[in-house]
Design a protein around this ligand. Structure first.
Ligand code: PLP
Length: 394
């Protein structure tokens, strides 16, 4: 037998996608599954965006585009980065439009990593980072955080982890899965450590538009001393409820963006031409829609926290952003028939028809992630099933 790629074999499958697939299959069998496992807003895509896509089709904008993205969209993204994120030196030439933020991050990692490189990230982490790093040939170096530190790394922790092998440090604020955000001061403190160490910094800002006022969103790429080695990634999935359209984008050092564009040019070519037109409308014309969705997420966050509060032996933080509640169930597990959050989530799905994601997927065993991107009724039903599962498994 021929040996398959060790880099790919070493990487895990996306556990969130696997759980969603199982929940969907159960639903297809007619089972009333409450699904709080998905990482996507539950609102329709704004009408102005849909109209732009329909117009694009009718105008026959249905051919290959520039591999790195249509100039109008790259210009709008460059403006967004310059005005909203205060990134210096950004221009349409250093913007790469890809098939989702996931694709952007993957292109960046493929363009920068060599065998033997380390990429630093923190746990709990977004599911895909370790696998992407491994497929790119590098090694994930994971820094542990805890609820008591609001799931944030400290400058000392980062300093101790940086070595000559460190190729990149990944930051993700607001965070999936914890919803915590680094304050501007905290980012500046991490930046001070990073200023002594020549590595890339990849700032995943996909949830930028969904924050609840407790912490101001701050882009590390705005710091002039680091700007030349920061890659800022964003996309339309979360901000504009456009997960299925698959548009992500990034900016960063010109040489890295050029190489990432080469990776894309030799693999997928341009992102979908119609979705690029839709993304342009999203960036230019949806401020009211974005605010309406943000306010609704804020309301649900409060409601969800109130529903969770009376449940004994669990701990959680009120998220600063994104639409997830990351719940530590370690205390509850001590007296339960199941030992791990993975087994708990399996039972919750199979016996109580509640789909939530085990912390193992995010490098944080003992926790579970709920999405509150769902209707009030679904959230209420979900919490009732969660409480019942905790009780019946004890
Ligand atoms: N980064 C984070 C932290 C995410 O949670 C996600 C999606 O779940 C992405 C990036 C990628 O999103 P997309 O590929 O839909 O743009």
């Amino acid at each position: 037998m021929k040996q398959l790629s060790t880099r790919v074999l070493a990487a895990n499958e996306s556990q969130t996608l696997a759980i969603n697939a199982k929940a969907k299959a159960m639903k297809a069998q007619g089972i009333d599954v409450v699904s709080l496992s998905t990482g996507e807003p539950d609102f329709p895509t704004p009408q102005v965006v849909k109209d732009a896509a329909i117009n694009a089709i009718n105008q026959n904008l249905t051919y290959y585009t520039e591999s790195n993205g249509i100039p109008e969209l790259r210009k709008a993204i460059a403006e967004k980065f310059r005005i909203e994120n205060k990134l210096p030196n950004v221009s349409p030439d250093t913007v790469l439009v890809s098939t989702g933020g996931k694709h952007s991050i993957f292109n960046a990692l493929l363009a920068m990593c060599n065998e033997g490189d380390d990429v630093i990230l923190q746990a709990p982490y977004w599911v895909s980072y370790p696998a992407m790093i491994q497929i790119a040939g590098a090694r994930p170096v994971i820094l542990e955080t805890s609820l008591s530190s609001r799931y944030k790394i400290t400058p000392a922790q980062l300093k101790a982890a940086l070595t000559s092998q460190t190729k990149c440090v990944i930051l993700n604020s607001p965070s999936n899965p914890t919803g915590t955000m680094y304050t501007p001061d905290e980012i500046r403190a991490l930046a001070e450590v990073l200023s002594d160490h020549e590595c890339f910094i990849l700032s995943d800002e996909l949830y930028e538009k969904i924050s609840f006022g407790s912490v101001e969103h701050y882009s590390i790429g705005s710091l002039p001393e680091l700007a030349h080695r920061v890659i800022t990634v964003n996309g339309v999935s979360k901000a504009y409820s456009m997960t299925g359209w698959r548009i992500g984008y990034m900016t960063g050092p010109a040489d890295l963006i050029q190489e990432a564009a080469k990776v894309q040019g030799q693999s997928t070519s341009n992102a979908n031409s119609i979705a690029q037109r839709a993304a342009l409308a999203a960036l230019l014309h949806t401020a009211d829609d974005v605010e309406r969705m943000r306010k609704e997420f804020a309301r649900r966050r409060t409601m969800f926290a109130e529903l969770l509060s009376p449940i004994p032996n669990i701990e959680f933080l009120l998220p600063d952003g994104a639409f997830y509640m990351f719940v530590d169930i370690r205390k509850a597990l001590q007296t339960m028939r199941v030992q791990t959050s993975f087994e708990f989530c399996k039972e919750a799905l199979e016996q109580h028809h509640l789909a939530i994601v085990p912390g193992e997927a995010f490098g944080a065993p003992g926790c579970v992630r709920f999405s509150f991107a769902a209707s009030d009724e679904t959230l209420q039903k979900g919490i009732a099933r969660f409480a019942k599962a905790l009780q019946e498994l004890t």
